[in-house]
Design a protein around this ligand. Structure first.
Ligand code: HMG
Length: 440
């Protein structure tokens, strides 16, 4: 069977930086450690006033097509995953295709376009859709572009404000992929939840503490469901586990809980039982209240063991590197985590061809999906083409006053504007920028 998977990735970050320790914490009167150690975040990428989900998505998709030497005729499907949409009818993919048509000599009239919504997990659902479309033989030799693009903004003074972010990840899904081959092995955990939602509103209503528990509960179900498809899982089976990363502290919890699930029934479980004892928390793990005191006690003990630390340093830590500097990108987040892990491995000259990833996606509302991927030979060349480190470095570092001003401009409920002579905020040439309706 021909391999189908992710052939190329391009990442586009919002052009502004909000430094959490230097800028946000002092203005909030908080200890910077709450953000850098507690949440594990140093900065967020913030959208400039001329950026939105269309411009970021179009810039990422253009770079993807340009670098891979693709023409519109090579693309049979463009799907956008977002939870920041501004149009309840016309999908964001049509706006993005419209931008791209301005720079290519051809159009995308032949391409099937859509928009996927299920909070952050819709990026992965779109990849699944593209995979299924190609596997079903409906692609007529063409590839699909999946664009996960979000401005993940919260209302001012919401506890989620520190986890904001903005960026787009464009992925080319094709036969004979150059980065990872997708598989049919998937597991789900899905339930009707109301801890994070945006019913006809721009900024989310969030019960942050509960959202953490719901994430863990659905992830636990997805791991259990995955095990019914893949058979037993062993920690050594997967080189890395990119998780949906609203902030690295969330993944710290999910990884400990996930590890507890993954080692069940394996030789590692017996070793850990001797080292730290785990039977007393079995009930706690299976309860709805997924992160209670018993689990906290267990995970604290777990993270003290060398075995767990070695596993965490290989399987989890590299996937968090980019996220620490850009915040939550909602639909793009887990795909950024995959790219981050592969980038760190490439920098360390680790040969990953043939190794497996266990990708753990999540979306509020709520659903978790765990699926397996295999890294294919040549992956390093694709990852080497990413310039995300340069983009992160080049961001304009906002003062708190500038941050407040730019946040107001993005707040649809306010009639705010930015001083036009602010040199740093001048739109650059040679990229898509938003300068008002009908004038993109
Ligand atoms: P908070 O309540 O302000 O923070 O916001 P906190 O007081 O819970 O502190 C956070 C951590 O920092 C804690 O660690 C503190 O102990 C620690 P933990 O107990 O969790 O291990 N801390 C410190 N550490 C070191 N030095 C210090 C210090 N002070 C405190 N000085 C909250 C946290 C998650 C509630 C907030 O950020 C929030 O509401 N975020 C938005 C919702 C969210 O991201 N939820 C995550 C799960 S849901 C999800 O991932 C889906 C999502 O991406 C959306 C979608 O799918 O569409 C959000």
């Amino acid at each position: 069977m021909t391999a189908v998977g992710i052939d190329a990735i391009e990442i586009w970050t919002g052009k502004l930086k909000l430094d959490l320790a230097e800028t946000f914490a002092p203005a909030q009167g908080d200890d910077p450690g709450k953000y850098t150690k507690g949440l594990g975040l140093h900065a967020s990428s913030f959208p400039d006033v001329y950026e939105d989900i269309v411009t970021m998505g179009a810039n990422a998709a253009y770079r993807l097509m340009d670098r891979k030497g693709l023409e519109p005729d090579d693309i049979g499907r463009i799907d956008v995953a977002t939870e920041s949409s501004f149009d309840n009818s016309k999908p964001v993919s049509t706006y993005i295709a419209g931008c791209l048509e301005q720079v290519f000599d051809d159009d995308f009239h032949h391409a099937n376009k859509g928009e996927r919504k299920f909070a952050c997990i819709s990026g992965t659902q779109s990849v699944d859709d593209a995979y299924n479309w190609i596997r079903a033989g409906r692609n007529r030799g063409r590839a699909a572009i999946v664009i996960a693009t979000d401005t993940a903004l919260y209302a001012r003074d919401d506890p989620g404000e520190a986890t904001q972010g903005a960026g787009a990840v464009a992925m080319l899904i094709d036969e004979e992929p150059a980065i990872v081959e997708l598989s049919t092995e998937q597991g789900y955990g899905s339930a009707d939840e109301t801890d994070f939602l945006k019913p006809n509103q721009q900024f989310p209503s969030v019960d942050g503490k509960r959202s953490v528990k719901v994430y863990l509960a659905r992830m636990r179900e997805a791991l259990d469901d995955f095990a019914t498809v893949s058979g037993s899982i062993h920690p050594d089976d997967y080189h890395m586990i990119p998780f949906h990363t609203p902030f690295p502290g969330m993944v710290r919890k999910a990884a400990a809980l996930g590890y507890r699930h993954i080692v069940r029934g394996t030789d590692v479980e017996d070793v850990l039982a001797e080292e730290i004892g785990h039977q007393p928390v079995r009930e706690a793990f299976d309860s709805e209240d997924a992160f209670n005191d018993a689990i906290r006690e267990y995970t604290d003990a777990l993270t003290e063991t060398e075995r767990y630390r070695d596993w965490y340093n290989q399987a989890i830590e590299p996937t968090l590197e980019i996220s620490r500097h850009v915040g939550n990108w909602y639909t793009g987040s887990v795909h950024l985590a995959r790219a981050s892990g592969l980038k760190v491995a490439m920098e360390q000259d680790i040969d990953l061809a043939g190794e497996k990833l266990l990708v753990a996606s999540y979306g509020s509302g709520a659903q978790a999906e765990v699926h397996a991927e295999t890294i294919v030979p040549g992956w390093e060349d694709e990852i080497a083409a990413l310039d995300i480190d340069d983009q992160i470095q080049r961001r304009y570092d906002l003062s708190f006053e500038e941050y407040e001003e730019v946040h107001d401009v993005h707040n649809h409920a306010m009639d705010a504007h930015i001083e036009e002579d602010a040199e740093e905020l001048t739109p650059p040439e040679a990229e898509f920028v938003f300068d008002g309706w009908g004038r993109m």
